[in-house]
Design a protein around this ligand. Structure first.
Ligand code: AHR
Length: 515
């Protein structure tokens, strides 16, 4: 049985988790919005068409900030189409997902929905087919109090008070060939800087994220961040990162190791951002917005998974069924985000409902939680506080991870993957230390011994696990709770530590109270 020794020190802190680390994303994509959060006529819909059953599950999942309206969709979006009287809004072809966009849900409905869910709205502007002019107009429409054509238009549309949107994304994945009006780094950098300048002239209090490359495997990765930040450094607070982990190779061990590549990716982007700062002799630190992350592969590269013929409204696309194994890799990604709390100040699970999502709905029918719902709810609800720098001493294994977006060598060697992936978060006020533990050993349980320096008088508050003998098990409409957290027994708590045994291939959360 592998043994892990974990040592941490109350004063050895990586950083405090920002509230925005626990965000998610809703895009005009498939049934994410239409038939997901918004389904007028559904028995659970309120007067605005918001599904109350979905809202209740969203509150349970507890995302803190919500990115909207895309994603690929935003690169062809005219925000003006989605405001004003619904019956006058145009239907348009959406070239991102080859569907018809009815525009019955737009910016104001989004803000209303966020307020109902208790979530901060995050808006992305179209820097594909549009540019700085449309972006600054949207800031004026949303955030200017009144007395101008656009702010008064918002008031005429029923929103007397400004929406006060604080966090804005300058486009989406602008290096991707699949994007409408994709750009070179220099083209995008200039447009983003000019848009940012005007947006902040209208509202200097907003915060802006420039697009990083759409993935670490993009041929332009690295150079893209460098050039884009050279242009935008003085105008933005964040650079974005996107990652979708996959199991195309059907190699569970490599899949479980893949969140470690997120760690490398994050550290590389930090290094590039800081190199740009160094060249400018600047002490400004660009923070990271990991504004798309998830597990996604079954519906990613198949045409049937991504597109339905005939320009349908809200087609069933990207409806990825998540397995027990997916939930474990997903939990590993949560740990990677927590362990970089010093530089990742916003992150968005992509996405929220139906399209690569923790929540599924049947049109006209019920909603249920996918397997990945549970690690995200743990991460968001229990991951607030100071992340401590833990030293993990445990056996390792070798893996090779395949990522098909790569152009040169799509196989990433991972020579020494620790079987235990862990994050420790200390909530000083509540005096609670929360441990998130992923046992990546597929067949053997693991004993974990913790020594926590600077703590005393520990008592167990909560311990639960997510695991199943069948790593292919999923939750479905018929069996919505096939995979759900269960209590974790046998945790022996000492004054300043604990001993526990983790099941093979398991996600575990242990909470200790102590002074
Ligand atoms: O989240 C699905 C899509 O993945 C987004 O629209 C895009 O930004 C990314 O490629």
């Amino acid at each position: 049985m592998p043994k892990a020794a974990v040592t941490l020190d109350r004063d050895n802190v990586i950083g405090a988790t920002d509230r925005r680390l626990f965000g998610a994303f809703i895009e005009h994509l498939g049934r994410c919005i239409y038939g997901g959060i918004f389904e007028p006529g559904h028995p659970e819909a309120d007067a605005r068409g918001f599904r109350k059953d979905v809202l209740a599950m969203v509150r349970e999942l507890a995302p803190t900030i919500m990115r909207y309206p895309g994603g690929n969709f935003v690169s062809g979006y005219n925000w003006e189409d989605g405001v004003g009287p619904v019956e006058q809004r145009p239907r348009r072809l959406d070239l991102a997902w080859m569907s018809t966009e009815p525009n019955t849900f737009g910016t104001n409905e989004f803000v209303d929905w966020c307020r109902a869910a208790g979530i901060e709205p995050m808006l992305a502007v179209n820097l594909g087919t549009r540019g700085g002019d449309a972006a600054r107009n949207l800031v004026e429409y949303c955030n200017h109090p009144g007395g101008t054509a656009l702010s008064d238009l918002r008031r005429k549309h029923g929103f007397e008070q400004p929406h006060d949107i604080r966090f804005w994304c300058l486009g989406n994945e602008m290096d991707g060939w699949w994007q409408m009006e994709t750009k070179t780094a220099a083209e995008y950098g200039r447009i983003a800087a000019e848009a940012a300048k005007m947006m902040k002239w209208i509202d200097p209090s907003i915060e802006l994220a420039a697009c990083g490359s759409s993935g670490r495997t993009m041929p332009t990765f690295g150079t893209w961040e460098d050039v884009v930040l050279d242009h935008t450094f003085d105008h933005v607070e964040y650079i974005s990162l996107h990652t979708y982990l996959n199991n195309y190779a059907d190699d569970a061990a490599a899949f479980l190791a893949s969140p470690d590549l997120m760690d490398d990716f994050i550290e590389e982007v930090v290094a590039i951002a800081d190199a740009v700062a160094a060249r400018r002799r600047s002490d400004k630190r660009i923070m990271l917005s990991f504004d798309e992350w998830n597990v996604w592969y079954r519906t990613r590269r198949s045409r049937e998974g991504r597109v339905k013929p005939g320009w349908p409204v809200a087609p069933e696309i990207l409806e990825e069924p998540y397995t027990m194994l997916d939930a474990l890799t997903f939990g590993g990604a949560c740990i990677s985000l927590l362990n970089h709390a010093d530089r990742i100040k916003a992150a968005c699970l992509a996405q929220l409902v139906n399209a690569i999502a923790p929540i599924m709905t049947a049109t006209g029918g019920p909603a249920w939680r996918q397997t990945i719902f549970h690690p995200f709810a743990d991460f968001s609800r229990l991951g607030r506080g100071q992340v401590l720098r833990a030293v993990v001493d445990c056996p390792t294994y070798a893996a090779s991870y395949f990522d098909p977006r790569g152009t040169v060598d799509a196989h990433y060697p991972l020579p020494a993957v620790p079987y235990l992936k862990l994050s420790a978060v200390h909530d000083d006020k509540a005096a609670i230390l929360t441990l998130f533990l992923l046992n990546r050993h597929l067949t053997e349980p693991m004993t974990v011994g913790l020594t926590a320096r600077g703590f005393a008088g520990f008592r167990l508050v909560q311990a639960h696990q997510l695991c199943d003998a069948d790593l292919d098990a999923i939750n479905s409409r018929e069996k919505p709770d096939r995979i759900q957290p269960r209590s974790l027994g046998g945790v022996a708590v000492r004054d300043t530590g604990l001993d526990a045994t983790l099941a093979p291939a398991s996600w575990n959360v242990i909470r200790l109270q102590g002074s």
